[in-house]
Design a protein around this ligand. Structure first.
Ligand code: DX5
Ligand code: ZN
Length: 235
């Protein structure tokens, strides 16, 4: 898949891609929060919550529209925690996300929804919550660019990392090395300088962090520290 190969190449240039989750940004000063990253982030991660699939509400397509206008070159990684996923995909695709990730648990028609995202020229991602087995993803791994493993129960920032999900990364990394599939493995929830080296060593390509980055006075410095933790472990 041409799109996936491009994403894999993007990753090859770095030990890890770091996605800053805007769920923990200052909502009244979103641009100031993003600018505080100083361009050190690889991706901006935008969480959309519906108060139904997950017990919280967050942002909507209007924020994606404003972000795309202000940051036309940024890689905007949109993670929609909404059900049924197919009812919300068009309104986000209209605002040009770089990648759009839906939950396996939030649709009865995962294949159809992923096809639609790919057809729109957007990178397509599938996510699973901590209670979902990665084996369920096998029939669709040849059509996704990203697999997003939730390492907390989706819905809130600032929760504690669930270590059992690391087995899923091992499974997916092994599956990928035996198949011709080219998806990136992304992890989301409870991540930061204290555990980034471990999850990257297990096979994660993209690490999402919200509270760990925006909860500190110097977000740019936190991302640099996260990269250095990965570099130290890999020497
Ligand atoms: C949780 C969201 C995450 C969240 C992670 O449902 O999908 O992206 O922002 O937040 P932290 O890094 O604070 O655990
Ligand atoms: Zn997320």
């Amino acid at each position: 898949m041409a799109g996936s190969l491009q994403l894999m190449n993007l990753k090859k240039e770095k030990d890890v891609l770091i996605a800053a989750s805007l769920l923990s940004a200052d909502v009244l000063n979103m641009a100031t929060s993003i600018d505080s990253l100083g361009g050190e982030e690889d991706w901006l991660h935008l969480d959309i919550m519906d108060g139904h699939f997950v017990p919280n509400l967050s942002y909507g397509p209007s924020l994606l529209k404003a972000l795309r206008k202000k940051y036309p070159e940024s890689f905007i990684d949109v993670h929609i925690m909404v059900e049924p996923a197919e009812d919300f995909v068009d309104m986000f695709l209209d605002e040009q996300p770089s990648a759009l990730t839906i939950h396996l648990e939030a649709t009865s028609h995962i294949h159809r929804v992923l096809q639609k995202i790919k057809k729109a020229g957007c990178f397509a991602g599938v996510s699973i919550s901590p209670g979902t087995s990665p084996e369920l993803l096998c029939p669709i791994l040849n059509m996704v660019d990203i697999v997003l493993i939730m390492s907390v129960n989706p819905g809130y920032g600032g929760q504690s990392f669930i270590p059992e999900v690391l087995e899923k990364v091992k499974f997916l990394a092994q599956y990928r090395s035996l198949s011709k599939d080219n998806f990136l493995i992304e992890m989301d929830g409870g991540l930061g300088p204290h555990n980034i080296a471990e999850v990257v060593a297990k096979g994660c390509d993209v690490v999402v962090a919200g509270n760990a980055i925006f909860g500190q006075s110097n977000p740019r410095e936190v991302i640099k520290i996260m990269r250095s933790k990965v570099a130290e472990r890999s020497v």
